[in-house]
Design a binder for this molecule. Structure first.
Ligand SMILES: C[S@@+](CC[C@H](N)C(=O)[O-])C[C@H]1O[C@@H](n2cnc3c(N)ncnc32)[C@H](O)[C@@H]1O
Length: 175
């Protein structure tokens, strides 16, 4: 049975020629590692410096230097990036084996998404891994995605026969 995180990594690997990718929720850097392996350059955001420091070690240990980690709320992405983005990843919620009181929230997630969409290249892809424990964020995010114009293809993946599995949303800018 494929896990949602494996499916996320598969989608990243299937995307051809990623020049600029952004990891909006770096955490321990496991997803960032997949991004740097498949992109020319990766920007990564997280509000937890401790996690970014660990992620930095992981990326360096694996021989990568094609990234910049930014200790900032991803809501302020436009203060840091003014390049077109080919792929953007969100792994929402709290950091596993970390501080569970720090988690992504509806307002900043949706504000940041709106900013990312202004930078998204044609054919660009946004991937969101969503957890049901933050009901308000999930609800607001789903409502927001349903209102997006036909300039975007919005897809939704869910495990139908198991409870409490993360869900996956992809937003692709149509060429
Ligand atoms: C589910 S974890 C990410 C796990 C990560 N992808 C990994 O491979 O370890 C979510 C992360 O989002 C971060 N986060 C929460 N709110 C944020 C915000 N507004 N801006 C940036 N990062 C945020 C948390 O600190 C946490 O590390």
């Amino acid at each position: 049975m494929i896990k949602i995180t494996d499916l996320t990594h598969k989608l990243i690997k299937e995307k051809t020629s990623i020049n600029i990718a952004v990891d909006m929720t770096v955490g321990w850097g496991n997803d960032t590692l997949v991004l740097v392996s498949n992109s020319e350059f990766v920007y990564g955001f997280d509000i937890q410096k401790k996690a970014l420091d660990k992620a930095d070690i992981l990326l360096k240990e694996n021989g990568f230097a094609n990234y910049q980690l930014i200790n900032e709320n991803h809501e302020f992405i436009l203060n840091h990036i003014n390049q077109k983005i080919d792929l953007c990843l969100y792994n929402l919620g709290y950091l596993p084996k970390g501080d569970k009181t720090i988690f992504t929230e509806a307002t900043s997630t949706i504000n940041s998404l709106k900013s990312v969409m202004t930078l998204l290249n044609e054919d660009g892809l946004i991937i969101l891994v969503v957890y049901s424990h933050n009901k308000q964020e999930r609800e607001n995010l789903f409502s927001f995605c349903k209102t997006l114009s036909s300039e975007y293809d919005v897809m939704y993946y869910q495990v139908m026969n198991k409870e409490n599995c993360p869900e996956l949303i992809t937003i692709k800018k149509v060429v």
